[in-house]
Design a protein around this ligand. Structure first.
Ligand code: NAD
Ligand code: IPM
Ligand code: MN
Length: 349
């Protein structure tokens, strides 16, 4: 029997609810395939910070390294801990330390879910650069507090970093419909984004079977709303990818549906799976958080681990659930009811 050790980091807000849901579903699907999943739970969160003064212990990264994968809920509770502290203390260091440079975020409508658009048939795979760019953390403040105060946030793009994410995008496009959209803002950002466009052109010579088109981020935002069916794989920098994937979540019916995988394609360290959404303070404790984004992320985790059959069981069960109307409209079905429906669909097969 194959077995995997999974680090669970439920985190803040609705994180614990959606991770508990996804874990139950993952266990049910794995059980059907004779795969054993062991959960090792880490309470790292804003509450943990308030107790200990850190979002995770000093050896947190080394502790996580010993796992096959990480399933995370959400990090951030701005009422008690500034986001700049919590996110830079837990989520972002994991992505960087484990070189999870590809943040893969699928956007499509589950059956029975009505998105806000007329378009029903779109299937977009956003590939977000996940370790550098606008999230480098470089910069600072000068003349602090004075009338001449300046805040500098330096975006860092390395050739190696841009090349590897674009290659990942080209490879994904090759496995899908052969179309790649590369997103920049090279009309305004004349260093980094011109560099990105240049590398895109250079690499395209190596992938003659992939049709690559460069878009500006503003035009891409409009295209995702007006003509999402015209897109297949979309590759973007860290910040642009962050924004586009909340937009992608919106067109697929809401943030409760959008899944993500933070992948180290080199497989030197565990990859991390989490919903696109955050801790949702506004609905925390109401029992109405949609768990499907995290359940879908758990399916991506099993796929990444090589357990494609268990992953496909989750996807089929989610689709059966939404096809029957459960979980399709925000606020109508409780987190627990949606989760039970998915587990029942797994058991039924
Ligand atoms: P958010 O994603 O938490 O919430 C945005 C909106 O989406 C809210 O109205 C919320 O109720 C709704 N929503 C989110 N998840 C939902 C779900 N599963 N079902 C139904 N509705 C859902 O974004 P925010 O409010 O900007 O951020 C809240 C906190 O979460 C902040 O601390 C932020 O930094 C953090 N955050 C963390 C992550 C992460 O851990 N990956 C991602 C985004 C935001
Ligand atoms: C996401 C989140 C994070 C990001 C925040 C919380 C730092 O919005 O995973 O999309 O921007 O990467
Ligand atoms: Mn985001």
């Amino acid at each position: 029997m194959k077995s995997y050790r999974i680090a669970l980091i439920p985190g803040d807000g609705i994180g614990p609810d959606v991770v508990a849901a996804a874990w139950q579903v993952a266990e049910a699907a794995a059980g059907k395939e004779n795969v054993a999943l062991a959960a090792i739970r880490y309470p790292w969160s804003c509450d943990y910070y308030l107790e200990t003064g850190a979002m995770m212990p000093p050896d947190g990264i080394e502790t996580l390294r010993g796992h096959d994968a990480i399933l995370l809920g959400a990090v951030g509770w701005p009422a008690t801990v500034p986001d700049s502290v919590s996110l830079h203390g837990l989520l972002l260091p994991i992505r960087k330390a484990f070189v999870q440079y590809a943040n893969v975020r699928p956007h499509r409508l589950l059956p029975g879910v009505e998105g806000p658009l007329k378009a029903e048939r779109f299937d977009i795979l956003c590939i977000r650069e996940n370790t550098e760019g606008e999230y480098s953390g470089a910069g600072g403040r000068v003349h602090q507090g004075g009338a001449n105060e300046v805040a500098v946030e330096t975006a860092i793009f390395t050739r190696a970093g841009v090349e590897r994410i674009l290659r990942f995008g080209f490879e994904q496009a090759r496995q899908r419909t052969g179309r790649l959209a590369s997103v920049t803002k090279s009309n305004a950002q004349k260093h980094s984004m011109v560099f990105w466009d240049e590398i895109t052109r250079q690499l395209s010579a190596e992938y003659p079977d992939v049709e690559v088109t460069s878009y500006h981020i503003d035009a891409m935002a409009a295209r995702m709303v007006m003509a999402p069916e015209s897109l297949d794989v979309v590759v973007a920098s860290n910040l642009f990818g962050d924004i586009l994937t909340d937009l992608g979540a919106a067109i697929q019916g809401g943030l409760g549906f959008a899944a993500s995988a933070n992948i180290d394609p080199g497989r030197t360290a565990p990859s991390m799976f989490e919903p696109v959404h955050g801790s949702a303070p506004d609905i925390m404790g109401k029992g109405i958080a949609n768990p499907l984004a995290t359940i879908w992320s758990a399916a991506m985790m099993l796929e990444h681990l090589g357990e494609g059959a268990a992953s496909a069981r989750i996807m089929r069960a989610m689709e059966a659930t939404t096809r029957s109307g459960i979980g399709t409209r925000f606020g109508r079905d409780a987190t627990g009811a949606i989760t039970e429906a998915v587990i029942e669909a797994i058991e039924r097969e």
